[in-house]
Design a protein around this ligand. Sequence first.
Ligand code: ADP
Ligand code: ZN
Ligand code: ZN
Length: 730
Amino acid sequence: MFAEVIVDISSGSVDKIFDYDISGFDVTEGYRVYVPFGNMRVEGFIIRTKNESNLEKSKIKSIIGAVDDFPCITKEMIELMHHMVKLYHLRYIDVLRLFIPSEMRSGRVKSLSKKILKFVGNKQKIEEILRKNAKKQIELLNFLQNDVKYYKSELNEKYSSVAVNKFIENGYLIESDEKYLRTPNYNVVSDKKVVHTDIQNRAIENILNNTHKTSLLFGVTGSGKTEVYMSVIEQVITKGKTAIMLVPEISLTPQVLSNFKARFGDEVAILHSGLSVGERFDEWKRIRFGEAKIVVGARSAIFAPLVNLGVIIIDEEHEQSYNSESNPRYITKDIAEFRKEYNGCPLVLGSATPSLESFNKAETGQYNLIEMPVRINGKEMPKIQIVDMLGEIRMGNTGIFSRTLLYELDNCFKNKKQAMLFINRRGFSSFMRCIDCGYVAKCSDCDVSLVYHKDEDKLKCHYCGKRYRALTVCPNCKSTRIRQGAVGTQKIVEDIHRLYPEVSVFRMDNDTTRIKNGHQKILAEFAKTTPAVLVGTQMIAKGHDFKDVTLVGIIDADQSLYQSDFKSVERTFELITQMAGRSGRNDSEGKVILQTYAPRHYCYKFIANYNYKGFYSKEINLRETAKFPPFTKIIRLLFTGENEELVKELVKKNYEGIQKLAGECEDKFVYIDAMKSPITRIQKKYRYQILIRIKQDDSQSIIDKIYNTCDKYQNPKVSFFVEINPSSLT
Ligand code: ADP
Ligand code: ZN
Ligand code: ZN
């Protein structure tokens, strides 16, 4: 017997299928195996077995053995691998690595067993023997009971290993091994059983009956979508099938996790970045062995090795984080579509602010549209008030808070309530600038402005993390008049402290949440403190449900509006609408203050009226006129390398190749240009790109031709990536 093997080495030159002999080994498709490769022993994945090989028998080496005692890649995932390699122009091995916990490779994590102890002595007799001053041993003896299992590590900790070992030596405690799985702890609440509304019942039925088309569940925040998802999953499980539910990493809040645990108990496995290496591995194994039938997780949970899928749900489907933006690049919805087709199950995309692309598909009949237009408790959405910040400046207020916002903050704190202040930037301020010559401090490796972090008094590069001394003297003109640019989270925290010393302030951004469970700790503290303010970046915009929040302040709404890509307005609409949804979720009325320097921008009118469909119509027309997605596909070919000349030369060759291709395919290409990337250098690597827009119809065959063209001109010193409809072009 022979096997086709992909070896676990990430290099373009060995990303091929190799034949090995597996005669005499008990392995099949999907197993990981050790194979001889050159003069090394490496791990590999069997992707197919066969009776014959086209190679000469004497040239085929035998595998060395199996890595695991089970096939860790399912048949479905092997097909998915082929699909992804073709769709995104990826290496086999880079795709396969997505399918198993990274820690499994090279045996970096193992299954665990724990030492357990059982007490078998006679308490009275032992007590007589023990010396009176053996305090720990006496305590231990008092604690122990017959027929109870104790973990050795726990007893050691409480009663000292000396005491425990004495008991083992004397035969009072019998030691044995127990295999165990590291399952994360959740604070399980009791399951809230609710009676579904008619709208919910219709949505559930509609989803379950649609295995053909993908469903778009368009429901305002608080319309009861989560309850719909849970009921759909419940029904699917009852039929003996399995389910995947994806949520953005940021929304994997303790609340969500405990709700799922409460409803589904051990049948649910949860995958998120807060898990330890061992926990992730063990959760993955529970899924692979069919012990967990429901997987709730962030993006990569779409690769969960469940078989017999009954439903796939992608909540907050508009979230950018569903696209992987580093190698291997992939679009989660594409993967979900593949698995939906393979399993013949429903796929649901849910959102209060669907991506324009998805809503367009619903409008044109490619998706099945399900609407949930009202909140469960029948409450109105909080009122959004737009404040013109230029007007504030004219009135002499140059601070970061408008008078309206200050007035509302006063009110909020007086009533012992909570506020959330949103700013799309962490750190103290955006940059430091010399006001005499205009010099701005930049990262020497990345060519982006550095951000000032006051707590450390350092400038930091947000792309590579490098730190620099804060500017006091301009290196360009020696002036000492250095000013900070626009504000960030730290500056707001500082101002609130000064204005409201009695109010508790919490900050949530990439800096404060870096530690394990950082998010959860901050959120838990905030939830039980009044009056209080939570200041944060977009991390605080999504999913949270705090009953005492009655005020949301958006400090500078325009920041996301002026990013230079075609999605920036869509993103602003979505972000602010989501943020507004955090206010007034309980009995008290909520308010939203939106500060802007461009109050007449069309998007704010739609935001203030919660008019998604109005916004959609306006924006989709603009896209059509300008030939942007969803009417075209954007393809970015990104070239990076330390030698700028080499990168440029290669870009030129590829550009000419694409030009030629465009000539051959007549009117399929809408736009081709080659340029420096907006961020010209990251971690010492120069970045150039070719941007292409092609017409939507027949796009995959054009993309294949582009891949073929680019394959002709490559250079090992220059990295080359392809992105289809990238959500940001930095
Ligand atoms: P969404 O996900 O659409 O924002 P949720 O599913 O979180 O909305 O529902 C909002 C709130 O309404 C939650 O507290 C939820 O428990 C509650 N809820 C959902 N469905 C019902 C129902 N049928 N009856 C009563 N309360 C419900
Ligand atoms: Zn200067
Ligand atoms: Zn840098």
